[in-house]
Design a protein around this ligand. Structure first.
Ligand code: ADP
Ligand code: MG
Length: 277
């Protein structure tokens, strides 16, 4: 009996530890904000994460599209399997096929051995195709096939491999325009955009700015091992009126700059001096 109790307790401890671990992981991708727009996105993530539906995340640079993708994965049943990110804009078009689908030895000059691609790596998990609007048309055709048939073929191979992957994609481009101009396949668009999540520009949710400033001030203090600096109400108000073309990424940089260059409490004057563009 004692052993049974002990085992049960151990198991319980494990569950608790796992939960703590999960929380820690999630914290890095926590979406700060309570504006109407962000709340709507959070509700949408909650509804959609549990399903297998493909999601297309759109919005300007620096708005938090990657955070949305991570949340979708973490809140899904696939959370214990990998989330594999592919930055489609960063991979040269002649390499993307091999990157996504892998290759067999000898498929091209530098293919010295068999290699699995990102789709295989994401099996049972999620693949996040970031900046999909920058993917070449030929790669789009291959991705379309993978989505239609849940099958991929390594470059140079003759057998297909079945994959069980949920696809989440993101872009800062207006894919409707890309389609009209012949740069994006309409059929792929419809495969990807079962659910559309539009992340608004920071200028359209200024209510979130005070919370974001406080969040970043906390994070930056932790990173630098310093005491946290406060921002005066006037400083916050001024930052709330800025034109944030670089969105949350830009806000974070400005907060960091102010913490480094500003006084012990960040004042309106500090903002005028150091946050101007
Ligand atoms: N709602 C948010 N709360 C906290 N941090 C955020 C939020 N949105 C974005 N960020 C942070 O801003 C930066 C840019 O976000 P990211 O997801 O990379 O943007 P995008 O992919 O849309 O360009 C990242 O460091 C991210 O952690
Ligand atoms: Mg991004």
């Amino acid at each position: 009996l004692l052993n049974t109790v002990r085992n049960a307790l151990d198991r319980k401890q494990l569950v608790v530890e796992n939960k703590i671990l999960k929380k820690k992981v999630s914290k890095n991708y926590e979406m700060i904000g309570e504006s109407e727009a962000i709340n709507q996105i959070k509700v949408m993530i909650e509804k959609v994460a549990q399903t297998e539906a493909r999601v297309l995340i759109t919005g300007p640079n620096g708005t938090g599209k990657e955070l949305v993708a991570h949340q979708l994965h973490e809140q899904s049943q696939r959370a214990n399997y990998p989330l594999i990110e592919v930055n489609c804009a960063a991979i040269p078009s002649e390499l993307i096929e091999s990157e996504l689908f892998g290759h067999v030895k000898g498929a091209f000059t530098s293919a010295v051995k068999d290699r699995a691609g990102k789709f295989e790596a994401a099996d049972k998990g999620t693949i996040f195709l970031d900046e999909i609007g920058d993917m070449s048309l030929s790669a789009q055709a291959k991705v379309l096939r993978a989505l239609q048939e849940s099958m991929i073929t390594r470059v140079g191979a003759d057998k297909d491999i079945k994959v069980d992957v949920r696809v989440v994609a993101a872009t800062n481009k207006d894919l409707k325009t890309e389609i009209a101009e012949g740069r994006f396949r309409e059929d792929l668009y419809h495969r990807l955009a079962v659910i559309l999540i539009k992340v608004p520009a920071l200028n359209d949710r200024r209510d979130d700015i005070p919370m974001l400033i406080s969040h970043f001030a906390e994070k930056i203090a932790l990173e630098q091992g310093n005491a946290r600096k406060e921002f005066s109400a006037e400083a916050i108000k001024l930052l709330q009126e800025y034109d944030w073309t670089g969105n949350i990424r830009e806000l974070r940089n400005v907060v960091e700059r102010l913490i480094i260059l500003g006084g012990n409490e960040i004042s309106e004057n500090d903002v005028q001096l150091f946050a101007s563009k």
